[in-house]
Design a binder for this molecule. Structure first.
Ligand code: IMP
Length: 199
């Protein structure tokens, strides 16, 4: 069974490929099919945006798609940047600029609690939809650390790992991360579909 991974973000794509490797299916990327679409994320929730992406890629490719929509919710900011995490410092801002804005907004904040959220969606071209949510609690550090990962990883201290996401290898991050969790749960939920299609 072939599944397209619904993301154009190279680093996220690499994480998704590694996590979906365990699914036992043939994975294809949008680039390998020459697809350049960038679905507009107009939803108000991770669930809505995840479904928008998965549906767009499934329809364009004529294949089932797995996509994730994810972001960082910071308690002292009332849950921001949330679904706007990718665009928090403007459409073309770098990860460094996003983190600088976040550290600035949190200057002097006593409560630095935050969590990453990921909603993974499987969507087939004929409309079968399965979703799973994963969360990872932690704190926003006072400054950037480490060089692994992507996005806000250098300022996110993962409570369960006891380390910053950018200071641990990808396999270690996957054990605790929101995306590792949403995709593990999605795999459980997809068992009947995957077993049927791989039979
Ligand atoms: P989207 O899900 O591609 O719309 O964007 C989610 C945004 O949230 C990314 O561009 C990152 O800025 C941030 N994000 C999501 N997951 C992670 C992660 O695992 N580490 C760091 N930042 C993340």
């Amino acid at each position: 069974m072939k599944i397209i991974i619904g993301s154009n973000n190279k680093k996220k794509l690499a994480e998704l490929q590694a996590l979906l490797g365990e699914y036992g299916v043939e994975l294809v990327t949008p680039a390998s099919l020459g697809l350049t679409l960038e679905p507009e994320e107009t939803g108000a929730t991770f669930e809505e945006n995840s479904l928008i992406k998965a549906t767009a890629f499934a329809e364009a490719a004529g294949l089932p798609c797995i996509a994730d929509d994810s972001g960082l919710e910071v308690k002292a900011l009332g849950g921001r940047p949330g679904v706007y995490s990718a665009r928090y410092a403007g459409e073309n801002a770098s990860d460094g600029e996003k983190m600088d804005k976040l550290l600035g907004e949190l200057e002097g904040a006593a409560d630095r609690a935050a969590r990453f959220v990921s909603v993974a969606t499987y969507r087939s071209p004929d409309g079968v939809t399965v979703q799973a949510r994963g969360e990872c609690p932690g704190e926003i550090l006072l400054e950037k650390r480490g060089t692994n990962g992507f996005g806000y990883d250098p300022v996110f201290f993962c409570a369960e790992a006891g380390e910053c996401f950018s200071e641990i290898p990808a396999e270690e991050k996957a054990k605790y991360s929101h995306r590792g969790r949403s995709l593990a749960l999605l795999k459980e939920k997809l068992k009947p579909i995957l077993e049927d299609k791989n039979a």
